[in-house]
Write a protein that binds this ligand. Structure first.
Ligand code: ACO
Length: 325
């Protein structure tokens, strides 16, 4: 039976030129390259220049994805941007990206699910494409987390970086079985009881300020291993795949020890996991598409490869998506 799937046509990414190494951070707060590497696996992160906005990063990433897809921007009818660091409280950063790409039809909106934002945005775009309401979508993860960090808090400022990544999706008719190309399954979850573990202490409706990121690192770590392992297992059971049938796991890049903990729990071999956090740090909603872009450029994402993306973030929110490239 014919079945519409959201097929991935192109991937793109953008990283700001400025690199901040662990040694650079040790001149700002009391930390060391050794501590950061050992506890997180992070070596450096990119930081947006003054005046370089989340939408600028998103536009650059989208342009590259469109060129690789061979699709003209005017043929895009949906732009979904996952971000927690919008240029302005409104309009949505997605609308600014849409305008920057020269698109004036269809719809554009932001999704706010912090580090799980890209999985949420992918799930939303996939549902719109499969319903037939839109034909071609750009799903962007774009962040300038450097602007919401407390640069005097060594427990958080060492972890994050800026960047953007994008996927171009197109609705295509497939056979409707597990060998199809495109997004095969998405699962999104949230539980607001854990808000105090990871949040920003400001906002237009509460303090009238932007605020700074606050985190209980140990508890976030514990929930991440538990919740992400759970949602990966759920996805595999639902789609009927064994863990070793997945060619590449492309996780949200929060902490190498979180990724190692999940791999150990689910018996996933490290050579099937995409690691980019050493060079990018945690770029929140941008980390999965940035990692997809690195995998693509390293030729680890040839046609028909089975990939599993997963994330957990503030909210708490979490989720996973299985796709065949
Ligand atoms: N440099 C040096 N020392 C530090 C630093 C630092 N940057 N940060 C904290 N410390 C110190 C603490 O002050 C503490 O010192 P004390 O024992 O004298 O009090 C000591 O190191 C241990 O602190 P912990 O917070 O217990 O360290 P832990 O081993 O838990 O590592 C970390 C902290 C890296 C934040 C870890 O908890 C973690 O990665 N958690 C996951 C959080 C995460 O990834 N969040 C991202 C957003 S959510 C997501 O993306 C999934």
């Amino acid at each position: 039976m014919a079945f519409i799937r959201s097929v991935i046509r192109g991937v793109g990414a953008y990283l700001p030129a400025k690199v901040l190494t662990n040694d650079d951070i040790s001149k700002i707060v009391d930390t060391s390259d050794e501590w950061i590497r050992e506890r997180t696996g992070i070596e450096q992160r990119h930081i947006a220049a003054d005046g370089e906005l989340t939408s600028d990063l998103g536009i650059a990433a989208s342009r590259q994805a469109l060129v690789r897809a061979g699709i003209d921007p005017v043929d895009i009818d949906l732009v979904v941007c996952a971000t927690s660091t919008p240029d302005r409280t409104f309009p949505a950063t997605a609308v600014r990206i849409q305008a920057g790409l020269g698109i004036s039809k269809g719809a554009a909106f932001d999704v706010q699910a912090v580090c799980s934002g890209f999985v949420y945005a992918l799930a939303i775009a996939d549902n719109f494409l499969r319903s037939g309401q839109f034909k071609r979508a750009i799903v962007v993860g774009a962040e300038t987390f450097s602007r919401i960090l407390d640069w005097s808090d060594r427990g958080t400022c060492v972890l994050f970086g800026d960047g953007a990544g994008a996927l171009v999706l197109e609705a295509q008719t497939q056979l409707g079985n597990r060998d199809d190309r495109g997004i095969l399954s998405t699962t999104i979850r949230s539980d607001g009881r854990f808000e105090e573990l990871l949040y920003v202490d400001g906002g237009p409706g509460s303090t009238k300020t932007t605020g700074h990121l606050r985190m209980n690192g140990r508890e976030v770590f514990r929930h991440a291993v538990q919740k992400i392992s759970g949602v990966i297992e759920e996805t595999l059971v639902e789609t009927g795949y064994a863990p070793d049938e997945v060619d590449l796991y492309v996780p949200h890049q929060a902490n190498k020890r979180i990724l190692d903990g999940i791999a150990k729990r689910l018996n996933i071999s490290p050579d099937r996991i995409m690691y980019t956090l050493a060079k990018h740090g945690n770029t929140s909603a941008a980390s999965i598409p940035l990692a997809l872009n690195v995998a693509f450029e390293a030729r680890r994402l040839s046609e028909r490869k089975l990939i599993l993306m997963e994330a957990m973030g503030g909210g708490l929110t979490w989720g996973a998506a299985l796709a065949r490239w």
